[in-house]
Design a protein around this ligand. Structure first.
Ligand SMILES: NC(=O)c1ccc[n+]([C@@H]2O[C@H](COP(=O)([O-])OP(=O)(O)OC[C@H]3O[C@@H](n4cnc5c(N)ncnc54)[C@H](OP(=O)(O)O)[C@@H]3O)[C@@H](O)[C@H]2O)c1
Length: 270
């Protein structure tokens, strides 16, 4: 089985590629560095031709403007080339992501949607990790609880779906970590593990948007993210789901295990 893994150098794609290889699948990595570009349809057929399945992760947010069209077009192209088995990464509780999921449903593919909680790895890779290394995480999450999910669990669920025959076709799987933590509690766990006095500062969504714009995020993207975060962090996602246990037959990895590993690796060293 040859699986096209989009975003293969990113947070989820790299783990999906690893889990797929571990399961004995042949992985075809697809991102700009391997000649695949979501914004250039002429690059799609070469990547898809001859494959059996694909993991689709859009680099912009799954609910961002234009994502539904891109995912729908890519899915139809894949089906046209005989790549029927498609697994899409979506986000839990995100109404704006529904048109993207529906575009996949309408493509004629044998689809599975994996709706993920916030990644634990958001704290260890990218801009939030950079802030933590500087000592303070500023985020518009108030004191809301979120069941942060380890992306390795997402990856294993994706591979189980890809290799599970008909079992997960036409299904939407919600995957979360095992318990709720607020951003303040998450930062406190990282502070305890690193021995550093890390601080979480909750800010209103509007202030966060202004900060993003000041960091050079284009105004439309900053406005989109501000609205999205306000929506996703209003308490609608403050519950755990049993997707990992149902698909993998074990409990999801706990946030504290992620924190221990990353602290030992020096991720948050000043
Ligand atoms: N962060 C969360 O907590 C969370 C939760 C639920 C769902 N999600 C969803 O996760 C998705 C992001 O996934 P991720 O975090 O795994 O990605 P990521 O770490 O941001 O990596 C993006 C990947 O996409 C590739 N890429 C960027 N622009 C591209 C383009 N124009 N064409 C082709 N490939 C491109 C990059 O590689 P190259 O640079 O080589 O192109 C990279 O491999 C979003 O759709 C978001 O809605 C995120």
């Amino acid at each position: 089985m040859t699986v096209v893994v989009t975003g293969a150098s990113g947070r989820t794609g790299s783990r999906v590629a690893r889990a797929a290889r571990a399961a004995g699948l042949t992985v075809r990595a697809a991102s700009r560095s391997t000649g695949f570009d979501w914004t250039d349809r002429s690059t799609w057929p070469d990547v898809l031709r001859g494959a059996t399945a694909a993991y689709l992760v859009h680099p912009l947010d799954v609910g961002a403007p234009g994502t539904a069209e891109a995912v729908g077009d890519l899915a139809r192209t894949a089906v046209g080339l005989g790549v029927r088995r498609l697994v899409l990464l979506s986000a839990r509780g995100e109404d704006r992501a529904l048109p993207t999921e529906e575009a996949l449903h309408a493509s004629g593919a044998d689809w599975t949607v994996v709706r993920a909680a916030w990644f634990a790895q958001n704290f260890g890779e990218g801009p939030l990790a950079e802030e933590l290394r500087r000592g303070e995480l500023v985020f518009p999450a108030g004191e809301v609880g979120e069941p942060f999910v380890d992306v390795r669990d997402i990856a294993e669920v994706v591979v189980a779906a890809l290799t599970g025959g008909e079992r997960y076709v036409g299904r939407t799987l919600a995957v979360t970590g095992p318990r709720l933590l607020s951003w303040r509690e998450a930062v406190a766990e990282i502070a305890a593990a690193t021995g550093r006095p890390l601080v979480y500062r909750a800010v209103p969504a509007r202030d966060y948007g202004e900060a993003l714009a000041a960091f050079g995020v284009p105004p439309e993207e900053a406005a989109f993210l501000t609205e999205l975060f306000a929506e996703l962090l209003d308490g609608r996602n403050a519950h755990v789901e049993d997707g990992v246990r149902r698909v993998l037959g074990r409990e999801p990895r706990d946030f504290s295990a992620f924190v221990r590993e990353e602290a030992a690796a020096g991720t948050w060293r000043a």
